[in-house]
Design a protein around this ligand. Structure first.
Ligand code: FE2
Length: 182
């Protein structure tokens, strides 16, 4: 009996009022990630400049270009849903960028220890973005914005690939070389 009750609750029809609240949450989430991407694009330039290995530099440079495209993608999503593109300060991304800056300040220039730290900071960023885009894609689908969901999925895939590349660098040589540094 209890199963039947919870099942009917789960399939409860979405009312118009529910949809409005969910759209508000969706728009808020878009504003958040819009701010995050814009600020990350600048932070990545600094991270690339401070990376020790050419491979990590290249990875950060590639992701800077991708991030610039992602900013435009978020703008497209705003357009699809009929909202003005607006950024709202994302406290989480601000903190994650601050962590990356702290890594640069606390490690020596030209060391693999610095690269190890920068990879850690960048992967924290990617995981935050993966969580954000995953939720936004799902909510877009729920609200019936299929085209927006497809765009958000594309960005989500790109963030996943970046995370994978960073893991590859860490496991490939960065951590090992960092371990023998004095
Ligand atoms: Fe991104």
């Amino acid at each position: 009996m209890a199963t039947k009750k919870s099942a009917s609750k789960a399939t409860k029809q979405i009312t118009e009022a529910d949809g409005e609240k969910l759209k508000e949450l969706f728009v808020d989430g878009l504003k958040d990630i819009y701010w995050a991407e814009k600020n990350l694009a600048k932070a990545l330039v600094k991270m690339a400049k401070n990376a020790t290995s050419d491979e990590l530099k290249s990875a950060f440079e590639l992701h800077t270009t991708q991030t610039e495209e992602q900013i435009k993608t978020v703008e497209q999503v705003f357009e699809i849903i009929g909202e003005k593109a607006q950024a709202k300060k994302c406290a989480a991304m601000e903190g994650l960028i601050e962590e990356a800056n702290e890594i640069i300040e606390s490690t020596d220039k030209g060391t693999m220890v610095r690269d190890c730290g920068l990879i850690m900071a960048a992967q924290k960023v990617e995981h935050y973005e993966i969580a954000s885009y995953g939720t936004l894609r799902n909510v877009a689908r729920t609200l019936g914005y299929e085209d927006a969901a497809t765009l958000l999925q594309q960005t989500l895939d790109q963030e996943g690939e970046t995370d994978h590349i960073l893991t590859g660098l860490a496991e490939g040589y960065v951590n090992e070389q960092a371990s023998v540094e004095q």
